[in-house]
Design a protein around this ligand. Structure first.
Ligand code: SAM
Length: 328
């Protein structure tokens, strides 16, 4: 079991498979993109698998694949199949922008993934294009429908609520949970990265998101709250889907944080907002044994911060890495 100094059990690892993305969401990546990692700086699938196996032996039970855009990395499907074969792994999930999902939904399922999060910040194609700087709404929507047809459950739709940009669509997303069996998860904007993280004026507190959702109808709290990750969850009466609210700033969940993150260039991060990174790639490539790698991971965990610096409002411009290089 992996325990940090505050007795938190760490059982969840997020792997950012690539820094490349086929969108340029204005809150995640600067318009011109960010300098790309050289191919040799990105962990190979074999390196990811070695670290994943070792992490599972240490106590990781859940792995989420993220990016950049994980489906944009070549060879991702055979990699997922290998990951799914690791003894002891209980759950593999994927966060994707959905651009390549229509063509890949079936093979992702066959590779072993059952739970999928799809990012969609607007239901209006024109606005979607302004937010993502790519005119791909219909392609993503086809991806969502393909995931539904294949049978992923749940399908979570991640919506970053942005003041002055998509806040007026909060009720429309609420209505979507009435019609479709989707879990709509509103996420507070996090001020991460030297450029995108400076837009603290985009931050919309979770309680304001909730007020707008309540205007649509009464929300029934759902059982399992607190057990199912950091989301507070509700459902409209008779809805096919549900609503989740992730408020890392206004209702931060640091005391129950169970996460570790591994970036595409092999840096282990123990807190999304902390630039304290541990270089596992160098250790791997210098021939570290499993025991040595485990020791390095344990040392990193011993430094996991008790809480992050945004304890009720966002502090702009934190973190050297843009979110696109952390993976959300
Ligand atoms: N490309 C994939 C996607 O779009 O889902 C995976 C990577 S993306 C960085 C993962 C998640 O982080 C997405 O749901 C995205 O909306 C969210 N995200 C990115 N920047 C964010 C920010 N500054 N605050 C809150 N969420 C953010």
């Amino acid at each position: 079991m992996l325990l940090d100094p505050f007795n938190r059990r760490l059982n969840y690892l997020r792997l950012s498979l690539t820094d490349r993305c086929n969108l340029r969401c204005l809150y995640c990546m600067p318009e011109g993109g960010v300098p790309k990692l050289a191919h040799e700086d990105i962990l190979s699938y074999e390196e990811f698998l070695r670290l994943a196996r070792l992490s599972v032996r240490l106590g990781i039970e859940k792995i989420r694949l993220t990016g950049g855009e994980p489906l944009a990395r070549k060879g991702v499907i055979p990699f997922i199949s290998e990951l799914a074969r690791i003894p002891g792994i209980k759950d593999i999930s994927l966060t994707t922008n959905g651009v390549l999902l229509a063509e890949q939904a079936q093979v992702i399922w066959e590779a072993g993934i059952r739970r999928i999060n799809i990012s969609l910040d607007s239901l209006d194609p024109g606005r979607y294009a302004r937010i993502t700087r790519q005119d791909l709404f219909h392609q993503v929507w086809q991806g969502i429908l393909a995931a539904e047809a294949v049978g992923f459950q749940p399908i979570k739709i991640n919506v970053v609520a942005l003041k002055g940009i998509n806040e007026d669509e909060i009720p429309a997303f609420g209505r979507l949970s009435l019609e479709k069996p989707f879990h709509i998860r509103f996420i507070e904007f996090m001020p991460v990265g030297p450029e995108t993280g400076c837009q603290a004026e985009r931050y919309l507190p979770g309680d304001q998101i909730l007020t707008r959702l309540q205007a649509l109808g009464a929300l029934e709290p759902l059982n399992g709250q607190g057990l199912d990750g950091p989301a507070r969850r509700w459902k409209y009466s008779g809805a096919r889907g549900e609503i989740g609210l992730i408020s890392p700033i206004s209702h931060h969940f640091c005391p129950s944080c169970n996460r570790l993150r591994l970036t595409a260039d092999g840096k282990l991060r123990t807190c999304i907002f902390s630039d304290d990174e541990t270089d596992l790639r160098e250790a791997l490539r210098q021939g570290a044994t499993d025991a040595q790698l485990e020791d390095i991971i344990q040392q990193a965990i011993a430094r996991k911060p008790k809480e992050h610096p945004h304890q009720s409002s966002p502090v702009p411009g934190r973190c050297r890495r843009e979110m696109s290089k952390i993976g959300g």
